[in-house]
Design a protein around this ligand. Structure first.
Ligand SMILES: Nc1ncnc2c1ncn2[C@@H]1O[C@H](COP(=O)(O)OP(=O)(O)O)[C@@H](O)[C@H]1O
Ligand SMILES: [Mg+2]
Length: 313
């Protein structure tokens, strides 16, 4: 289990010892951390009519509740903790991305509203970054944000947010007649909608490079041109499909794990996304200590054809 959850569970145990009333075990791990805050409510609920049939497309977009206090307790950006350190960090990270997405940069970037979060390898913080970025943008901006879980082989967005699995991207790619809007989850973060990765499929990642995916992205671009779409995605060095996905994006956020990702891997990964007009690096310093604390830091560089990876010194 992730250390975020362990930390949350530890906190729960402390509360339990302190005598706080505890509900039954919750549906989501993160819920355990903050169940004391809302004893009656699970961290997230699907609409009752679809709760038992997660892979059946609903007629219209469903509404889900994210436990915003649980998010904050797990160290994720939450509207309930606007002054947290993580919220401050993502304020800085998102600014240039928003400005380009809204066409306010020096040059107009095609598909600037399509932002892919990726990295060289698994476990470097892509999902963590994509989720924080999407919530951070949704919390402040006039525009709606769609968070797409496109790491279809290792999806984690719903789990991290404490939401139950349901249909999504893969179902759309397999069924031409499926409607994107019916797969979208509206959340209690007013401007945040989520497109889950969908029903697991053995050739999931391959589908990201399909014609159906190109059509879907074009459709998204047309129907949701006014919203920022953040894609959590597979790592660049393990799958060529991720690189194909990258060719559709106006902006790419490359997550680099501090003191872990090898320079040669960063270079190789950047070389695969050379064609993307805007690349930004987030240096993710996830570091857990024996006391359960986390270090977090970042650095970034971006720009039109930003040359970070071209001539590393
Ligand atoms: N900056 C951070 N602070 C705390 N935990 C982090 C941070 N970045 C990543 N993590 C944790 O590290 C693990 C791997 O990150 P994840 O985003 O799932 O990686 P990826 O999506 O690239 O495979 C997760 O448990 C995540 O919660
Ligand atoms: Mg991930």
């Amino acid at each position: 289990m992730s250390s975020l959850i362990e930390q949350a569970a530890h906190r729960l145990e402390q509360l339990r010892r302190a005598g706080a009333a505890m509900p039954e075990p919750a549906i989501a791990e993160v819920l355990k951390s903050t169940a004391h805050l809302e004893p009656a409510a699970p961290i997230a609920k699907l609409a009752p009519d679809t709760a038992n049939a997660p892979s059946t497309p609903a007629q219209k977009s469903q509404r889900v509740e994210i436990n915003l206090d649980a998010l904050a307790a797990a160290g994720i950006v939450s509207p309930n903790a606007p002054r947290s350190q993580i919220a401050d960090q993502y304020r800085v990270i998102k600014r240039p991305l928003i400005s380009i997405a809204m066409g306010k940069g020096a040059t107009l970037i095609e598909n600037g509203n399509l932002i892919m979060v990726t990295s060289s390898l698994p476990g470097e913080g892509k999902s963590f970054t994509a989720i924080n970025l999407a919530i951070s943008i949704a919390a402040e901006l006039d525009n709606t944000v769609m968070l797409v879980d496109a790491d279809v082989a290792r999806p984690s967005v719903l789990r991290v947010l404490g939401l139950q699995p349901g249909p999504g991207l893969l179902d759309l790619l397999l069924d031409d007649s499926a409607d994107l809007s019916t797969m979208l989850l509206k959340t209690n973060i007013e401007k945040l909608t989520i497109l889950p990765s969908g029903t697991p499929h053995e050739r999931a990642t391959e589908m990201l490079a399909s014609d159906a995916m190109s059509r879907l992205l074009a459709d998204m671009g047309k129907r949701y041109s006014d919203r920022i779409i953040v894609f959590d995605s597979p790592p660049l060095l393990l799958t060529t499909e991720s690189r194909v996905l990258a060719t559709h994006m106006g902006q790419i956020v490359m997550v680099v794990q501090a003191e872990k990702t090898r320079r040669s891997d960063v270079q190789e990964a950047l070389a695969t996304i050379e064609a993307c007009p805007v690349k930004m690096m987030v240096l993710n310093q996830a570091r857990s200590t024996m006391t359960g604390g986390y270090g977090y830091g970042y650095g970034y560089g971006y720009g039109k054809s930003y040359g970070y990876g071209k001539k590393p010194s």
